[in-house]
Write a protein that binds this ligand. Structure first.
Ligand SMILES: Cc1cc2nc3c(=O)[nH]c(=O)nc-3n(C[C@H](O)[C@H](O)[C@H](O)COP(=O)(O)OP(=O)(O)OC[C@H]3O[C@@H](n4cnc5c(N)ncnc54)[C@H](O)[C@@H]3O)c2cc1C
Length: 530
Protein backbone atom coordinates (compact mmCIF):
# COMPACT_ATOMS: atom_id res chain seq x y z
CA UNK A 1 0.00 0.00 0.00
CA UNK A 2 1.56 3.29 -1.03
CA UNK A 3 0.54 5.25 1.94
CA UNK A 4 3.08 6.93 4.05
CA UNK A 5 6.71 7.74 4.62
CA UNK A 6 9.57 7.26 2.21
CA UNK A 7 12.98 6.03 3.33
CA UNK A 8 14.51 9.35 2.46
CA UNK A 9 16.64 11.53 4.70
CA UNK A 10 13.73 13.69 5.77
CA UNK A 11 12.20 10.71 7.51
CA UNK A 12 15.40 9.72 9.20
CA UNK A 13 15.67 13.26 10.54
CA UNK A 14 11.99 13.29 11.49
CA UNK A 15 12.11 9.99 13.36
CA UNK A 16 15.47 10.79 14.99
CA UNK A 17 14.00 14.07 16.18
CA UNK A 18 11.02 12.27 17.65
CA UNK A 19 13.34 9.99 19.57
CA UNK A 20 15.94 12.60 20.56
CA UNK A 21 13.39 15.15 21.65
CA UNK A 22 12.42 12.97 24.56
CA UNK A 23 15.83 12.54 26.15
CA UNK A 24 17.04 15.49 28.20
CA UNK A 25 19.15 14.93 31.32
CA UNK A 26 16.25 14.04 33.56
CA UNK A 27 14.86 11.41 31.20
CA UNK A 28 11.94 11.99 28.86
CA UNK A 29 11.37 15.64 29.72
CA UNK A 30 10.54 14.81 33.33
CA UNK A 31 10.34 17.86 35.52
CA UNK A 32 12.10 17.66 38.89
CA UNK A 33 8.92 17.34 40.93
CA UNK A 34 5.25 16.76 40.43
CA UNK A 35 4.49 20.45 40.47
CA UNK A 36 1.24 21.91 39.15
CA UNK A 37 2.67 25.32 38.33
CA UNK A 38 4.09 26.24 34.94
CA UNK A 39 1.71 24.02 33.15
CA UNK A 40 2.39 23.40 29.42
CA UNK A 41 -0.53 21.05 28.94
CA UNK A 42 -3.18 23.46 30.20
CA UNK A 43 -1.68 26.22 28.07
CA UNK A 44 -2.48 24.16 24.98
CA UNK A 45 -5.63 22.43 26.24
CA UNK A 46 -7.33 24.68 28.80
CA UNK A 47 -9.82 21.94 29.67
CA UNK A 48 -7.18 19.44 30.67
CA UNK A 49 -6.54 19.30 34.38
CA UNK A 50 -2.89 18.38 34.53
CA UNK A 51 -2.87 18.48 38.35
CA UNK A 52 -5.60 15.87 38.47
CA UNK A 53 -3.71 13.66 36.02
CA UNK A 54 -0.45 13.99 37.95
CA UNK A 55 -1.97 13.40 41.35
CA UNK A 56 -3.74 10.27 40.09
CA UNK A 57 -0.37 8.56 39.47
CA UNK A 58 0.55 6.18 42.30
CA UNK A 59 3.94 6.75 44.01
CA UNK A 60 5.51 3.63 42.47
CA UNK A 61 5.03 5.10 38.99
CA UNK A 62 6.22 8.65 39.68
CA UNK A 63 9.58 10.13 38.74
CA UNK A 64 10.62 7.23 36.56
CA UNK A 65 13.41 8.37 34.22
CA UNK A 66 11.86 6.37 31.38
CA UNK A 67 8.44 8.02 31.58
CA UNK A 68 6.77 11.03 30.02
CA UNK A 69 4.35 12.78 32.36
CA UNK A 70 1.79 15.44 31.45
CA UNK A 71 4.10 18.16 32.81
CA UNK A 72 6.96 17.22 30.48
CA UNK A 73 7.78 19.11 27.30
CA UNK A 74 7.50 16.06 25.09
CA UNK A 75 4.25 14.63 26.44
CA UNK A 76 2.02 16.42 23.99
CA UNK A 77 3.75 15.16 20.85
CA UNK A 78 4.08 11.63 22.20
CA UNK A 79 0.54 11.03 23.36
CA UNK A 80 -0.69 10.72 19.75
CA UNK A 81 -0.44 7.73 17.45
CA UNK A 82 0.01 7.88 13.68
CA UNK A 83 -3.64 8.82 13.22
CA UNK A 84 -4.08 12.23 14.83
CA UNK A 85 -7.84 11.81 14.97
CA UNK A 86 -7.70 10.42 18.48
CA UNK A 87 -6.98 12.87 21.25
CA UNK A 88 -6.19 10.96 24.45
CA UNK A 89 -4.53 12.27 27.61
CA UNK A 90 -2.84 9.40 29.47
CA UNK A 91 -1.59 9.98 33.01
CA UNK A 92 1.87 8.83 31.85
CA UNK A 93 3.64 7.20 28.91
CA UNK A 94 6.24 4.65 30.00
CA UNK A 95 9.12 3.93 27.65
CA UNK A 96 11.12 1.18 29.39
CA UNK A 97 14.63 0.59 28.14
CA UNK A 98 15.01 -3.02 29.27
CA UNK A 99 13.03 -6.03 30.50
CA UNK A 100 13.56 -5.23 34.20
CA UNK A 101 12.00 -1.78 33.75
CA UNK A 102 9.19 -3.32 31.71
CA UNK A 103 8.38 -5.74 34.52
CA UNK A 104 8.53 -2.95 37.14
CA UNK A 105 6.05 -0.81 35.22
CA UNK A 106 3.77 -3.70 34.37
CA UNK A 107 3.59 -4.99 37.95
CA UNK A 108 2.96 -1.52 39.38
CA UNK A 109 0.12 -0.95 36.89
CA UNK A 110 -1.46 -4.30 37.71
CA UNK A 111 -1.03 -3.94 41.49
CA UNK A 112 -2.75 -0.56 41.34
CA UNK A 113 -5.44 -1.92 39.03
CA UNK A 114 -4.75 0.73 36.40
CA UNK A 115 -5.81 0.54 32.73
CA UNK A 116 -3.07 0.72 30.11
CA UNK A 117 -2.46 0.31 26.39
CA UNK A 118 0.49 -1.23 24.59
CA UNK A 119 2.15 0.71 21.80
CA UNK A 120 4.88 -0.51 19.46
CA UNK A 121 4.76 1.37 16.14
CA UNK A 122 1.68 3.43 17.07
CA UNK A 123 0.06 2.83 13.65
CA UNK A 124 -3.22 1.38 14.81
CA UNK A 125 -5.90 3.13 12.73
CA UNK A 126 -8.20 3.19 15.76
CA UNK A 127 -7.26 4.06 19.34
CA UNK A 128 -6.04 0.49 20.09
CA UNK A 129 -2.68 1.66 21.41
CA UNK A 130 -3.95 4.79 23.15
CA UNK A 131 -5.40 5.08 26.64
CA UNK A 132 -6.80 7.61 29.06
CA UNK A 133 -5.01 5.52 31.71
CA UNK A 134 -1.39 4.71 30.84
CA UNK A 135 0.63 3.77 27.77
CA UNK A 136 3.56 1.34 27.67
CA UNK A 137 5.62 2.23 24.62
CA UNK A 138 8.03 -0.43 23.32
CA UNK A 139 10.15 1.87 21.12
CA UNK A 140 13.36 1.05 23.02
CA UNK A 141 12.99 -2.67 22.29
CA UNK A 142 14.36 -2.14 18.83
CA UNK A 143 17.22 -4.62 18.35
CA UNK A 144 17.40 -6.34 14.96
CA UNK A 145 19.80 -9.28 14.97
CA UNK A 146 20.00 -11.36 11.77
CA UNK A 147 21.49 -14.86 11.85
CA UNK A 148 22.43 -15.86 8.31
CA UNK A 149 23.56 -19.32 9.46
CA UNK A 150 20.04 -20.22 10.51
CA UNK A 151 18.09 -17.85 8.23
CA UNK A 152 16.43 -16.26 11.23
CA UNK A 153 16.29 -12.75 12.61
CA UNK A 154 15.44 -11.51 16.10
CA UNK A 155 13.39 -8.31 15.92
CA UNK A 156 12.59 -6.26 19.01
CA UNK A 157 8.95 -5.33 19.43
CA UNK A 158 9.54 -1.60 18.94
CA UNK A 159 11.12 -1.96 15.49
CA UNK A 160 9.44 -0.51 12.43
CA UNK A 161 9.18 -2.10 9.01
CA UNK A 162 11.63 0.39 7.49
CA UNK A 163 14.23 -0.52 10.15
CA UNK A 164 13.82 -4.19 9.30
CA UNK A 165 14.05 -3.71 5.53
CA UNK A 166 17.09 -1.46 6.00
CA UNK A 167 18.82 -3.98 8.30
CA UNK A 168 18.16 -7.09 6.19
CA UNK A 169 18.32 -5.52 2.71
CA UNK A 170 22.12 -5.17 2.54
CA UNK A 171 22.36 -8.91 3.35
CA UNK A 172 19.86 -9.66 0.54
CA UNK A 173 17.40 -11.02 3.07
CA UNK A 174 13.84 -10.01 3.86
CA UNK A 175 10.83 -11.04 5.87
CA UNK A 176 7.39 -10.48 4.37
CA UNK A 177 6.00 -7.23 5.79
CA UNK A 178 3.63 -4.48 4.76
CA UNK A 179 4.67 -1.65 2.53
CA UNK A 180 4.81 1.34 4.85
CA UNK A 181 8.18 1.79 6.60
CA UNK A 182 6.91 3.55 9.72
CA UNK A 183 4.40 0.80 10.65
CA UNK A 184 5.42 -1.27 13.69
CA UNK A 185 6.47 -4.90 13.22
CA UNK A 186 4.56 -5.94 16.32
CA UNK A 187 1.07 -4.73 15.49
CA UNK A 188 1.47 -5.87 11.89
CA UNK A 189 2.56 -9.38 12.92
CA UNK A 190 -0.01 -9.86 15.66
CA UNK A 191 -2.85 -9.19 13.18
CA UNK A 192 -1.43 -11.08 10.15
CA UNK A 193 0.78 -8.87 7.98
CA UNK A 194 -0.07 -8.54 4.27
CA UNK A 195 2.43 -7.25 1.75
CA UNK A 196 4.11 -7.86 -1.60
CA UNK A 197 6.10 -10.91 -0.42
CA UNK A 198 3.12 -12.68 1.12
CA UNK A 199 1.99 -14.83 -1.80
CA UNK A 200 5.52 -16.22 -2.01
CA UNK A 201 6.51 -16.47 1.68
CA UNK A 202 3.26 -16.13 3.64
CA UNK A 203 1.94 -13.48 5.99
CA UNK A 204 4.31 -11.87 8.45
CA UNK A 205 2.74 -13.96 11.24
CA UNK A 206 3.38 -17.16 9.24
CA UNK A 207 7.10 -16.49 9.49
CA UNK A 208 7.28 -16.19 13.27
CA UNK A 209 9.54 -18.83 14.87
CA UNK A 210 9.07 -17.71 18.46
CA UNK A 211 7.82 -14.81 20.53
CA UNK A 212 9.31 -13.35 23.71
CA UNK A 213 6.32 -12.48 25.86
CA UNK A 214 5.66 -10.83 29.22
CA UNK A 215 2.65 -12.75 30.46
CA UNK A 216 -0.29 -11.63 32.58
CA UNK A 217 1.52 -13.23 35.56
CA UNK A 218 4.44 -10.84 35.04
CA UNK A 219 6.92 -13.48 33.90
CA UNK A 220 8.79 -13.60 30.61
CA UNK A 221 8.43 -16.72 28.48
CA UNK A 222 9.35 -17.84 24.98
CA UNK A 223 6.32 -18.98 23.02
CA UNK A 224 6.62 -21.21 19.96
CA UNK A 225 4.95 -24.12 18.21
CA UNK A 226 6.17 -26.56 20.87
CA UNK A 227 6.01 -24.42 23.99
CA UNK A 228 2.57 -22.93 24.69
CA UNK A 229 1.35 -23.88 21.16
CA UNK A 230 -2.19 -22.63 21.82
CA UNK A 231 -0.84 -19.22 22.86
CA UNK A 232 1.47 -19.17 19.83
CA UNK A 233 -1.49 -19.87 17.56
CA UNK A 234 -3.54 -17.08 19.17
CA UNK A 235 -0.73 -14.49 19.07
CA UNK A 236 -0.02 -15.15 15.38
CA UNK A 237 -3.08 -13.48 13.89
CA UNK A 238 -5.20 -12.32 16.84
CA UNK A 239 -2.59 -11.22 19.38
CA UNK A 240 -2.89 -7.43 19.49
CA UNK A 241 -3.11 -6.24 23.09
CA UNK A 242 -4.87 -9.41 24.24
CA UNK A 243 -2.55 -12.03 25.74
CA UNK A 244 0.59 -10.31 27.04
CA UNK A 245 3.28 -7.81 26.13
CA UNK A 246 5.30 -8.94 23.12
CA UNK A 247 8.94 -8.00 23.68
CA UNK A 248 10.33 -9.40 20.44
CA UNK A 249 10.03 -12.03 17.73
CA UNK A 250 12.33 -14.45 15.99
CA UNK A 251 11.33 -14.72 12.33
CA UNK A 252 12.40 -16.92 9.46
CA UNK A 253 14.09 -14.63 6.96
CA UNK A 254 14.30 -15.32 3.24
CA UNK A 255 17.13 -14.86 0.78
CA UNK A 256 15.70 -12.40 -1.76
CA UNK A 257 18.54 -11.09 -3.90
CA UNK A 258 16.47 -9.89 -6.84
CA UNK A 259 12.97 -8.60 -7.43
CA UNK A 260 11.10 -6.52 -10.00
CA UNK A 261 8.52 -3.90 -9.14
CA UNK A 262 6.21 -2.02 -11.47
CA UNK A 263 3.74 0.76 -10.82
CA UNK A 264 1.59 2.07 -13.67
CA UNK A 265 -1.54 4.20 -13.76
CA UNK A 266 -4.36 5.42 -15.96
CA UNK A 267 -6.20 8.72 -15.77
CA UNK A 268 -9.87 8.41 -15.04
CA UNK A 269 -12.22 7.00 -17.62
CA UNK A 270 -14.96 4.93 -15.99
CA UNK A 271 -15.41 2.55 -18.94
CA UNK A 272 -11.69 1.90 -19.20
CA UNK A 273 -11.38 1.65 -15.39
CA UNK A 274 -13.95 -1.16 -15.51
CA UNK A 275 -12.01 -2.99 -18.22
CA UNK A 276 -8.70 -2.65 -16.40
CA UNK A 277 -10.17 -3.78 -13.10
CA UNK A 278 -11.77 -6.82 -14.74
CA UNK A 279 -8.52 -7.66 -16.50
CA UNK A 280 -6.72 -7.46 -13.15
CA UNK A 281 -9.26 -9.70 -11.43
CA UNK A 282 -8.83 -12.39 -14.11
CA UNK A 283 -5.06 -11.96 -14.21
CA UNK A 284 -4.64 -12.50 -10.45
CA UNK A 285 -6.07 -16.02 -10.73
CA UNK A 286 -3.37 -17.01 -13.21
CA UNK A 287 -0.29 -15.66 -11.45
CA UNK A 288 2.59 -17.70 -10.07
CA UNK A 289 3.18 -17.25 -6.33
CA UNK A 290 6.25 -15.13 -7.07
CA UNK A 291 3.99 -12.27 -8.21
CA UNK A 292 1.85 -10.19 -5.87
CA UNK A 293 -0.37 -7.43 -7.20
CA UNK A 294 -2.76 -4.73 -6.17
CA UNK A 295 -5.18 -2.67 -8.21
CA UNK A 296 -5.97 0.70 -6.66
CA UNK A 297 -8.90 2.96 -7.40
CA UNK A 298 -8.01 6.30 -5.92
CA UNK A 299 -8.91 9.95 -5.73
CA UNK A 300 -6.85 12.88 -4.59
CA UNK A 301 -7.28 16.61 -4.45
CA UNK A 302 -4.62 18.99 -5.66
CA UNK A 303 -4.38 21.22 -2.58
CA UNK A 304 -3.36 24.27 -4.65
CA UNK A 305 -5.48 24.05 -7.79
CA UNK A 306 -8.39 22.51 -5.86
CA UNK A 307 -9.00 20.09 -8.70
CA UNK A 308 -9.59 16.45 -7.95
CA UNK A 309 -8.40 13.50 -9.97
CA UNK A 310 -9.41 9.87 -9.84
CA UNK A 311 -7.17 7.21 -11.30
CA UNK A 312 -6.56 3.48 -11.53
CA UNK A 313 -3.14 2.20 -10.48
CA UNK A 314 -1.57 -1.22 -10.84
CA UNK A 315 1.29 -2.11 -8.48
CA UNK A 316 3.01 -5.48 -8.70
CA UNK A 317 6.13 -7.14 -7.36
CA UNK A 318 7.82 -10.25 -8.74
CA UNK A 319 10.39 -12.21 -6.77
CA UNK A 320 13.36 -13.56 -8.76
CA UNK A 321 15.86 -12.67 -11.44
CA UNK A 322 13.65 -13.25 -14.47
CA UNK A 323 12.37 -10.11 -16.19
CA UNK A 324 8.85 -9.08 -15.16
CA UNK A 325 6.95 -9.19 -18.45
CA UNK A 326 3.72 -10.91 -17.44
CA UNK A 327 1.86 -7.66 -16.77
CA UNK A 328 2.54 -6.20 -20.20
CA UNK A 329 0.60 -8.79 -22.21
CA UNK A 330 -2.51 -7.97 -20.16
CA UNK A 331 -2.26 -4.23 -19.57
CA UNK A 332 -0.25 -2.70 -22.44
CA UNK A 333 -3.39 -2.60 -24.59
CA UNK A 334 -4.78 0.03 -22.17
CA UNK A 335 -1.75 2.35 -22.70
CA UNK A 336 -0.63 2.76 -19.10
CA UNK A 337 1.49 5.62 -17.83
CA UNK A 338 4.54 3.89 -16.37
CA UNK A 339 5.63 5.43 -13.07
CA UNK A 340 8.08 2.72 -11.97
CA UNK A 341 9.68 -0.21 -13.76
CA UNK A 342 12.39 -1.43 -11.42
CA UNK A 343 14.63 -4.46 -11.30
CA UNK A 344 17.19 -4.89 -8.54
CA UNK A 345 17.38 -5.74 -4.87
CA UNK A 346 14.44 -5.78 -2.48
CA UNK A 347 15.50 -2.69 -0.56
CA UNK A 348 15.55 -0.77 -3.85
CA UNK A 349 12.03 -1.94 -4.62
CA UNK A 350 10.90 -1.03 -1.09
CA UNK A 351 12.13 2.51 -1.68
CA UNK A 352 9.88 2.61 -4.73
CA UNK A 353 6.72 1.29 -3.14
CA UNK A 354 7.00 3.38 0.03
CA UNK A 355 5.58 6.84 -0.57
CA UNK A 356 5.63 10.41 0.72
CA UNK A 357 4.03 11.77 3.91
CA UNK A 358 0.28 12.05 3.90
CA UNK A 359 -2.44 13.94 5.78
CA UNK A 360 -2.60 13.53 9.57
CA UNK A 361 -6.19 12.31 9.88
CA UNK A 362 -7.41 8.98 8.56
CA UNK A 363 -10.14 6.39 8.58
CA UNK A 364 -9.88 2.87 7.27
CA UNK A 365 -12.29 0.10 6.41
CA UNK A 366 -11.57 -3.32 5.02
CA UNK A 367 -13.32 -6.35 3.59
CA UNK A 368 -12.11 -9.74 2.51
CA UNK A 369 -13.34 -10.87 -0.90
CA UNK A 370 -14.05 -14.56 -1.39
CA UNK A 371 -14.88 -14.13 -5.04
CA UNK A 372 -14.13 -11.47 -7.66
CA UNK A 373 -16.05 -8.23 -7.26
CA UNK A 374 -19.22 -8.42 -9.35
CA UNK A 375 -19.94 -6.04 -12.22
CA UNK A 376 -22.74 -4.44 -10.18
CA UNK A 377 -20.31 -3.79 -7.30
CA UNK A 378 -17.72 -2.42 -9.69
CA UNK A 379 -20.29 -0.08 -11.17
CA UNK A 380 -21.05 1.37 -7.72
CA UNK A 381 -17.36 1.92 -7.17
CA UNK A 382 -16.59 3.55 -10.52
CA UNK A 383 -19.64 5.81 -10.12
CA UNK A 384 -18.24 6.90 -6.74
CA UNK A 385 -14.88 7.87 -8.23
CA UNK A 386 -16.51 9.61 -11.21
CA UNK A 387 -18.65 11.59 -8.81
CA UNK A 388 -15.60 12.62 -6.75
CA UNK A 389 -13.81 13.75 -9.87
CA UNK A 390 -16.78 15.88 -10.92
CA UNK A 391 -17.43 17.34 -7.45
CA UNK A 392 -14.00 17.84 -5.90
CA UNK A 393 -13.74 17.10 -2.22
CA UNK A 394 -10.73 18.05 -0.08
CA UNK A 395 -9.72 14.47 0.76
CA UNK A 396 -7.76 11.46 -0.46
CA UNK A 397 -9.51 8.13 -0.85
CA UNK A 398 -8.02 4.85 -2.03
CA UNK A 399 -9.57 1.44 -2.48
CA UNK A 400 -6.70 -1.08 -2.55
CA UNK A 401 -7.70 -4.43 -4.04
CA UNK A 402 -5.03 -7.08 -3.44
CA UNK A 403 -4.60 -10.67 -4.50
CA UNK A 404 -4.33 -13.45 -1.90
CA UNK A 405 -5.34 -16.52 -3.89
CA UNK A 406 -3.22 -19.59 -4.75
CA UNK A 407 -0.12 -18.69 -2.80
CA UNK A 408 1.49 -19.12 0.60
CA UNK A 409 -1.28 -17.14 2.34
CA UNK A 410 -3.88 -19.68 1.22
CA UNK A 411 -2.03 -22.59 2.79
CA UNK A 412 -3.57 -23.90 5.97
CA UNK A 413 -1.34 -22.95 8.91
CA UNK A 414 -2.10 -24.66 12.18
CA UNK A 415 0.18 -22.21 14.03
CA UNK A 416 -1.79 -19.12 13.08
CA UNK A 417 -5.21 -17.77 14.01
CA UNK A 418 -5.36 -15.53 10.92
CA UNK A 419 -8.81 -16.44 9.65
CA UNK A 420 -9.60 -15.50 6.03
CA UNK A 421 -6.94 -17.66 4.36
CA UNK A 422 -9.22 -18.87 1.61
CA UNK A 423 -9.97 -15.33 0.44
CA UNK A 424 -9.68 -14.37 -3.20
CA UNK A 425 -8.31 -11.04 -2.07
CA UNK A 426 -8.91 -8.01 0.07
CA UNK A 427 -10.19 -4.50 -0.33
CA UNK A 428 -8.70 -1.90 1.99
CA UNK A 429 -10.28 1.50 1.90
CA UNK A 430 -8.23 4.41 3.23
CA UNK A 431 -9.33 8.01 3.54
CA UNK A 432 -7.03 10.83 4.58
CA UNK A 433 -7.79 14.45 5.31
CA UNK A 434 -5.81 17.46 6.32
CA UNK A 435 -8.00 19.46 8.72
CA UNK A 436 -9.74 18.24 11.84
CA UNK A 437 -13.00 19.89 10.84
CA UNK A 438 -13.28 17.69 7.73
CA UNK A 439 -13.71 14.56 9.82
CA UNK A 440 -17.50 14.32 9.96
CA UNK A 441 -18.04 15.01 6.28
CA UNK A 442 -15.34 12.57 5.19
CA UNK A 443 -16.39 9.77 7.50
CA UNK A 444 -20.01 10.17 6.42
CA UNK A 445 -18.94 9.93 2.78
CA UNK A 446 -17.06 6.71 3.51
CA UNK A 447 -19.96 5.24 5.45
CA UNK A 448 -22.24 5.94 2.54
CA UNK A 449 -20.06 4.29 -0.10
CA UNK A 450 -19.50 1.35 2.23
CA UNK A 451 -23.22 0.91 2.78
CA UNK A 452 -23.67 0.91 -1.00
CA UNK A 453 -20.90 -1.64 -1.49
CA UNK A 454 -21.68 -3.92 1.45
CA UNK A 455 -23.90 -6.31 -0.58
CA UNK A 456 -20.96 -7.05 -2.88
CA UNK A 457 -18.42 -7.83 -0.16
CA UNK A 458 -18.06 -10.71 2.31
CA UNK A 459 -18.82 -10.04 5.99
CA UNK A 460 -15.15 -10.50 6.95
CA UNK A 461 -12.65 -7.75 7.64
CA UNK A 462 -8.91 -7.58 8.24
CA UNK A 463 -7.99 -7.47 11.94
CA UNK A 464 -5.09 -5.10 11.32
CA UNK A 465 -7.30 -2.41 9.83
CA UNK A 466 -9.13 -1.55 13.00
CA UNK A 467 -12.64 -0.29 12.40
CA UNK A 468 -14.62 0.52 15.54
CA UNK A 469 -17.76 0.89 13.43
CA UNK A 470 -17.97 -2.91 13.26
CA UNK A 471 -19.41 -2.68 16.78
CA UNK A 472 -20.10 -5.98 18.54
CA UNK A 473 -19.57 -7.95 15.33
CA UNK A 474 -15.82 -7.24 15.25
CA UNK A 475 -14.92 -10.69 16.64
CA UNK A 476 -16.82 -12.52 13.91
CA UNK A 477 -15.67 -10.11 11.23
CA UNK A 478 -11.97 -10.47 12.08
CA UNK A 479 -11.70 -14.01 13.40
CA UNK A 480 -14.69 -15.94 11.98
CA UNK A 481 -14.69 -19.56 13.08
CA UNK A 482 -11.62 -19.09 15.30
CA UNK A 483 -13.45 -16.99 17.90
CA UNK A 484 -14.35 -19.79 20.33
CA UNK A 485 -10.84 -21.13 20.46
CA UNK A 486 -9.38 -17.65 20.89
CA UNK A 487 -11.64 -17.10 23.87
CA UNK A 488 -10.48 -20.37 25.43
CA UNK A 489 -6.85 -19.28 25.05
CA UNK A 490 -7.72 -15.90 26.53
CA UNK A 491 -9.29 -17.50 29.61
CA UNK A 492 -6.25 -19.72 30.07
CA UNK A 493 -3.51 -17.06 29.83
CA UNK A 494 -5.22 -13.83 30.89
CA UNK A 495 -8.18 -14.93 33.04
CA UNK A 496 -8.71 -11.49 34.61
CA UNK A 497 -8.54 -9.64 31.27
CA UNK A 498 -5.56 -7.46 32.18
CA UNK A 499 -4.82 -6.97 28.48
CA UNK A 500 -7.84 -5.40 26.92
CA UNK A 501 -9.03 -2.62 24.65
CA UNK A 502 -12.20 -2.07 22.67
CA UNK A 503 -11.50 -4.78 20.07
CA UNK A 504 -9.29 -7.24 21.97
CA UNK A 505 -10.21 -10.89 22.56
CA UNK A 506 -12.70 -10.90 25.46
CA UNK A 507 -13.30 -13.56 28.13
CA UNK A 508 -16.82 -14.31 26.96
CA UNK A 509 -18.48 -14.38 23.60
CA UNK A 510 -21.99 -13.38 22.62
CA UNK A 511 -22.66 -15.75 19.71
CA UNK A 512 -23.21 -14.25 16.31
CA UNK A 513 -26.52 -14.46 14.53
CA UNK A 514 -27.34 -17.69 12.67
CA UNK A 515 -27.21 -15.77 9.37
CA UNK A 516 -23.63 -14.76 9.98
CA UNK A 517 -22.73 -18.28 11.00
CA UNK A 518 -24.15 -19.57 7.75
CA UNK A 519 -22.06 -17.06 5.85
CA UNK A 520 -19.03 -18.16 7.83
CA UNK A 521 -19.60 -21.79 6.85
CA UNK A 522 -20.01 -20.88 3.22
CA UNK A 523 -16.84 -18.86 2.92
CA UNK A 524 -14.49 -20.49 5.34
CA UNK A 525 -15.71 -24.00 6.07
CA UNK A 526 -12.19 -25.38 5.67
CA UNK A 527 -10.96 -23.27 8.54
CA UNK A 528 -13.84 -23.30 11.00
CA UNK A 529 -13.15 -24.59 14.53
CA UNK A 530 -9.82 -26.01 13.63
C1 LIG B 1 -0.03 3.93 6.91
C2 LIG B 1 -0.33 2.51 7.22
C3 LIG B 1 0.02 1.52 6.31
C4 LIG B 1 -0.27 0.18 6.59
N1 LIG B 1 0.10 -0.78 5.69
C5 LIG B 1 -0.14 -2.08 5.99
C6 LIG B 1 0.27 -3.11 5.10
O1 LIG B 1 0.87 -2.87 4.05
N2 LIG B 1 -0.03 -4.39 5.43
C7 LIG B 1 -0.67 -4.72 6.58
O2 LIG B 1 -0.88 -5.90 6.83
N3 LIG B 1 -1.07 -3.76 7.44
C8 LIG B 1 -0.81 -2.46 7.17
N4 LIG B 1 -1.22 -1.49 8.04
C9 LIG B 1 -1.95 -1.87 9.25
C10 LIG B 1 -0.97 -2.19 10.36
O3 LIG B 1 -0.52 -3.52 10.20
C11 LIG B 1 -1.69 -2.07 11.73
O4 LIG B 1 -2.13 -0.77 11.88
C12 LIG B 1 -0.76 -2.48 12.86
O5 LIG B 1 -1.55 -2.76 13.98
C13 LIG B 1 0.25 -1.42 13.21
O6 LIG B 1 1.15 -1.91 14.17
P1 LIG B 1 1.92 -0.90 15.13
O7 LIG B 1 2.83 -1.70 16.00
O8 LIG B 1 2.48 0.22 14.36
O9 LIG B 1 0.70 -0.32 15.95
P2 LIG B 1 0.35 -0.02 17.46
O10 LIG B 1 -0.63 1.10 17.35
O11 LIG B 1 1.54 0.20 18.29
O12 LIG B 1 -0.36 -1.34 17.94
C14 LIG B 1 -1.39 -1.97 17.21
C15 LIG B 1 -2.11 -2.99 18.10
O13 LIG B 1 -1.18 -3.93 18.63
C16 LIG B 1 -1.20 -3.94 20.06
N5 LIG B 1 0.20 -3.95 20.52
C17 LIG B 1 1.12 -3.00 20.29
N6 LIG B 1 2.28 -3.36 20.85
C18 LIG B 1 2.08 -4.55 21.46
C19 LIG B 1 2.93 -5.42 22.19
N7 LIG B 1 4.21 -5.13 22.39
N8 LIG B 1 2.42 -6.58 22.65
C20 LIG B 1 1.11 -6.90 22.42
N9 LIG B 1 0.26 -6.10 21.75
C21 LIG B 1 0.75 -4.93 21.25
C22 LIG B 1 -1.90 -2.67 20.47
O14 LIG B 1 -2.62 -2.90 21.65
C23 LIG B 1 -2.81 -2.37 19.30
O15 LIG B 1 -4.02 -3.06 19.48
C24 LIG B 1 -0.93 -0.16 7.79
C25 LIG B 1 -1.27 0.85 8.71
C26 LIG B 1 -0.96 2.17 8.43
C27 LIG B 1 -1.32 3.23 9.42
Amino acid sequence: MKLCFTFDLRNIIFFSALIMIGQPLLGYGVRPSFTCTDNPLEEIYPNQNMCALLSSIPPALRNLPYAMYPNSDVYNTNRFGFNKRFNFFPAAIFIPTNEAEMITVYKALVQNNLPFALRSGGHCFGPGSLSTGYVIDLRNFNAIVPDTNNNTVYIGAGSRLGDVISALGPLNYAIPTGDCPSVGVTGLTLGGGIGFLARQYGLTCDNVVNIRLLTALGTIITVDADNYPDLFWALCGAGAGAFGVVLGFTFTMHYVPEVSYISVHWDWDPAQATQIFNAWQTWTTTLPTTISTECVLGYRIDPIKKTGTSRVTLNALKVGSEPFTEWQSVFSQFNPIIDTNYHGNYIGAAKKFASTPIAPFSKVKSKMLFQPLSQAGLQVLTAFFSQLQENPCDIRVNFFFGSMLNGAISKSNSNSSFFPRSAFGYVFQFAYWFHEKQATQTINLLRQIYRDLEPYFSPYSYANLIDFELGASYLDAYYGGNVNRLIQVKNKYDPTNIFHWEQSIPLTYVPQSPINQAIGQKYCSKFINR
